[in-house]
Write a protein that binds this ligand. Structure first.
Ligand code: UD1
Ligand code: CA
Length: 462
């Protein structure tokens, strides 16, 4: 169920597209569901901003069911009758509860089958159950349930019940649709509540049972921004613990933001206040120093990322050194053992093995060979206002500081560029290019000026 607006988030974005652990809430739920059944048997009920949700999740391969008007969780299942008619059993998941695991979904399905129940609900015991529907069992030790009572309808004594309805169910499909029309809208929101099915089935002498989740935090729902932040923290804490168990050192994990899909090799050290996002893969024996933000990037083994680097859609090879304060924009490929230093920005660049660009440089749309030294302040002038052009720097080139390389331009193998040159023509291999005017030195010029000024001042005082 993913059709709701998420009024409590006060957002223009539909609730299930709000992100935790770097992915939309619904993406997490779909991932768990697809581990239990083939993805072609997963249906996402969408409604509010349906096209946005469909677009964001289409790559998962799930089916979509449109709930045009969102008249409650019961109504969500009413509109799903057609596609579900092909199945005997349906497991209903809440699209806003992303911590659910495939093991718990399986446990719910198994419990349902082994109890030959018509409806099985997943429950949890929460220290603070407020906001959730509460589960009324026939007796405290019974698996059988009498009813689910929503927060707003709780009596004084029911408020104390700590066992909550997690919003995950297994149903016998035929029975669900035989009785679903009995749900009414007699509640404070005037909605069709799926939770009413418990009482409806009990009255019809159908069996309703409940199974408790092993870990209560798995069922947390993201109704408010505070809920989302709590879920996000839980998810990232779990991710960090998992990485640490795999041999990664993370100092102050509570300050690091590591997305669920990220992979990190053993003996890599992640310092405080680091973000590693998206589809990033980091090898073994790296050190990622504080305040670096790395997104969708492949970093190989033994790489040092010094503090404050921003790295996106790039590839950094073995033993390279970045930073401090390097900005690697998309398409940067940094070769083995290469160095990219302070305030160096790269974009669509291949920097060859052992090459160095250590200070205050912009390298864009460039192919740079091996063993190249790019001096401080070098700029590739890659843009003429209309088109981008390429700079090619062959192996072993030495580019003196403060050079501007006006693309398209090629610096041949082993050539030198004198400091402060503006290079507008190709430089053949093994040649020296000097692209600046000659220095003129006027000997004694300052002294002459000083003497002239003093003479002037003396005449004014007369
Ligand atoms: C629901 C349960 C509550 C349970 C809680 C667990 C009901 C009436 N209440 O409350 O007992 O404790 O989940 O998290 O079911 N949705 C639709 N179509 C709609 C309405 C909602 O698809 O018309 C989707 C929402 O997008 C959401 C899910 O159903 O993903 C649950 O809806 P929500 O409004 O969050 O229900 P809760 O108030 O949390
Ligand atoms: Ca909810």
């Amino acid at each position: 169920m993913a059709a709701g607006k998420g009024t409590r988030l006060k957002s223009k974005l539909p609730k299930v597209l709000h992100e935790v652990g770097g992915q939309p809430l619904l993406a997490h739920v779909i991932a768990a569901a697809s581990q239990v059944v083939p993805v072609q048997d997963v249906f996402a009920i969408i409604g509010h901003e349906a096209e946005l949700v469909r677009k964001a999740l289409a790559h998962t391969g799930v089916n979509f069911v449109l709930q045009k008007e969102q008249r409650g969780t019961g109504h969500a299942l009413m509109v799903s009758a057609e596609p579900l008619a092909f199945y005997d059993q349906v497991i209903v998941l809440s699209g806003d509860a992303p911590l659910i695991t495939s093991q718990t979904i399986e446990k719910l399905a198994d419990f349902h089958s082994s109890h030959r129940a018509t409806m099985t609900l997943l429950t949890a015991r929460l220290e603070d159950p407020s906001g959730y529907g509460r589960v009324i069992r026939k007796s405290p030790s019974s698996a059988e349930v009498k009813a689910i009572v929503e927060q707003k309808k709780l009596s004084r004594s029911q408020e104390k019940i700590s066992e909550i309805n997690a919003g995950f169910y297994a149903f016998d499909v035929k029975s669900l649709y035989r009785y679903i029309a009995k749900i009414d809208t007699d509640n404070p929101h005037g909605e069709f509540y799926l939770t009413d099915m418990a009482e409806i089935f009990v009255k019809a002498k159908e069996k309703v049972v409940a199974v408790e989740a092993a870990d209560a935090y798995e069922v947390l729902g993201g109704n408010t921004r505070a809920d989302l932040s709590e879920i996000d923290q839980q998810m990232r804490a779990t991710k960090c613990r998992q990485l640490m168990a795999e041999g990664v050192t993370i100092f102050y994990p509570q300050t690091c933001v590591i997305d669920s899909a990220v992979e990190i090799g053993p003996d890599t050290i992640v310092e405080p206040f680091v973000q590693i996002l998206g589809d990033s893969r980091i090898g073994a024996d790296c050190r990622i120093r504080s305040y670096s933000v790395i997104r969708n990037t492949h970093i190989e083994d033994g790489v040092t990322v010094r503090p404050g680097c921003i790295v996106e859609d790039s590839h950094v090879k073995n033993r390279a050194v970045l930073g401090p304060y390097s900005h690697l924009r998309p398409g940067s490929e940094i070769g083995e053992g290469a160095h990219v230093g302070n305030f160096v920005e790269t974009k669509k660049v291949r920097l060859g093995k052992g090459s160095k660009a250590n200070h205050l440089t912009y390298l864009g749309d460039a192919e740079i060979g091996e063993g190249v030294n790019v001096g401080a302040g070098t700029i590739t002038c890659n843009y003429d206002g209309v088109h981008k052009h390429k700079t090619i720097i062959e192996d072993g080139v030495f580019v003196g500081s403060d050079s501007t390389l006006v693309a398209p331009v090629r610096l041949g193998k082993g050539s030198y560029v004198a400091a402060a040159s503006c290079v507008t023509y190709d430089v053949p291999a093994d040649s020296l290019a000097i692209g600046r005017s000659r220095q003129i030195t006027k000997e004694g010029w300052v002294k002459q000026r000083r003497v002239a000024r003093q003479a002037n001042a003396a005449s004014e005082h007369k």
